[in-house]
Design a protein around this ligand. Sequence first.
Ligand SMILES: [Zn+2]
Length: 128
Amino acid sequence: MSQDPSQLFPVRWQVLRPWIVTLAVIWVLGSVGLGWLVKSFLFLIGLMVITPVLGFLGLRWWVRRTLVQDACPVCQYEFSALNNTQTHCPNCGEALTVENQHFQRPVSAGTIDVQAVEVTAQVVEDDN
Ligand SMILES: [Zn+2]
C-alpha cells in the first residue's frame, strides 16, 4: 500500500505556510531596514509569554503569603483562611480572627482564657 505524495503535500503545505510567510516577512522587513519592527514584535511576543508566567508566580507568592492553614483553637479542626481576616471554624462554628499566621479566638478585654484540667478524685479512707 503506497500513499500518493500529492495527497500528503497539501496537508504539509497548510502546516508550513504560516511559518514560511512569517520568515519571509521577517526577512523582507530586515532587508528593507525595518529590523527594529521585527525586534519590537519579538519583544511583544516575549512579553506575552513572560507576563502569564510572572502573573502565575506572583499569584502563587501572594497565596502562600496570605493563605493561612492552622488548627482551630477550640476543636483542633485544620482549615485554611486568608490572613488578617475574620472567619468561622467550619467544624464548630467558633468565630476566629486570623493573625500572624495563626487562628485566634477574639476575646473582649478582661476575659481570662482558662484551660480545664480533669482531676481524678482521691478518696481518703478513715481507718478509725
Ligand atoms: Zn473549631
